[in-house]
Write a protein of this length. Structure first.
Length: 274
């Protein structure tokens, strides 16, 4: 095993109708708060903390989350993930998620902010059993730079692999490399500075749900570009181009609210810390 900067392993299971922690281990610059049961629900939220304040040159992080049958939880972060200058080696994070039958996981971290000369590689590997549901979001934000250049980071790569019963069902790879790509051009950021994604995989996804989300997006008044794509399995991806983090977060939050209302007849609890 590499000398990881931070390690986090979390196993959760359902007991008497409530999701609880089964096993928990963390080391180094990864920590996790005790679960929060918003509004006394049986669905806990876990907040991942990075005491170091940001990712530096050569930092490596590993996370593994396992949900037992019918377990439900939300995983988020305490604050934005900040990638600082990495002159020698990129910062790296990998996460593996194992979702047993009929389990439900929301992985909704705060935005990722890449500062000048930052290089970052992230890899999420998701293993789903029959009936499992997975919701994931990310927001890529350019950090402040002395020359006020929006794309002063060196490279950002986000890889998502999804497996259903051991078979690869979806592969998503975002690569932003300002040194080699015309970032403002067609096929890249097209004049925008921020990029957001919302990925949903679940047997519960139906055409009517996607139609509701599409109608909500059509009412958005800000200058954005949004695309919705159905997956080869039951699920969809939303991609958002905008000029601010808040606009992307609003679209993702509204989409999340529609899903929660449709599936659980409830409004999801606010996860933000401000």
């Amino acid at each position: 095993m590499p000398d990881w900067t931070g390690i986090l392993e979390l196993d959760a299971e359902r007991r008497q109708g409530k999701t609880v922690t089964k096993n928990l281990y963390f080391q180094g610059a990864f920590k996790i708060m005790r679960p929060v049961y918003h509004n006394r629900s049986n669905h806990p939220s876990y907040y991942v903390l990075n005491p170091g304040g940001g990712y530096l040159d050569g930092d490596t992080y590993r996370m593994k989350v396992t949900l037992g049958e019918k377990a439900q939880l939300t995983l988020t972060t305490q604050s934005a993930t900040k990638i600082y200058k990495t002159p020698k080696t990129h910062a790296y994070q990998e996460a593996e998620f194992y979702l047993e039958e009929d389990s439900y996981l929301e992985y909704l971290p705060d935005p990722l902010i890449a500062y000048k000369d930052a290089r970052y590689l992230q890899r999420n590997i998701v293993h789903l059993a029959k009936g499992a549901t997975f919701l994931y979001s990310d927001v890529l934000t350019p950090g402040w730079s002395p020359d006020r250049e929006d794309f002063s980071y060196d490279s950002l790569r986000l890889i998502n692999e999804f497996y259903m019963e051991g078979e690869l069902i979806s592969y998503d790879h975002i690569k932003l490399n300002p040194g080699e790509q015309h970032m403002r051009g067609i096929g890249f950021m097209e004049g925008y500075t921020h990029l957001g994604s919302f990925i949903v995989i679940s047997d519960k996804v139906e055409t009517g749900l996607i139609d509701q989300i599409y109608e909500m997006i059509q009412q958005e008044s800000e200058d954005v570009k949004v695309g919705i794509s159905e997956l080869a399995v039951s699920g969809f991806t939303i991609r958002v181009l905008a000029n601010s983090t808040q606009v992307i977060e609003r679209i993702i939050t509204k989409s999340h609210h529609i899903i929660s209302q449709e599936w659980f007849q409830a409004k999801p609890s606010s996860l933000r810390k401000y």
